[in-house]
Design a binder for this molecule. Sequence first.
Ligand code: GAR
Length: 193
Amino acid sequence: MAKAAFLASGNGSNFQAICEAMENTSHQPVVLIYDRKNAKVPERARELEVASRYVPYAGRSREKAEETILEILDFFNPDLIVLAGFMRILTEKVISRYEGRIINIHPSLLPAYPGTRGIEESYLSDDKELGITIHLVDEGLDSGTILKQVSFRREGTETLSEIEERIHTLEHTWYPRVVLELLDQIETEATGR
Ligand code: GAR
């Protein structure tokens, strides 16, 4: 059994897709940490019976907020930390504590269009190939070693919402697969099989 913790800021559809994919495995989603009070993601956690903790950033430094995040993570002791729409950059302190064990998904073919508007910026570009990126997290903005990219060729006649839907479908297919593969790998290493 390997344990995953999640950090999210908003809707939580990737969080849900991964938790559902974990249901028939030996792996466990141990905690969801979220930073926006009105996020939908804690509702999903409740339905999935995953513990959740709200960690506000407003009115205090990023370092202070991260101290709380680290306390929670250290308590739950996850093998992997999965960012699922977490719209904050983590500092060196968190990254180094969980070196090589934090992953993120981004809705563009990085290094193109990092940040919070990956889909719109990809859509508005002249790029013919659009897609998603799953990568290890470092202290940069949507940077870090790329683990997986999946792309598709667009017709050019699609609306923004059609492209959004296509990208989200890709995310919900590939993010659970990559997370489960990593958790399997961690479990195998731990049991020496
Ligand atoms: C996803 O599209 C994810 O790729 C993106 O936020 C969305 C979260 O959706 N992440 C980033 O843009 C990271 N820079 P969700 O809350 O429904 O999973």
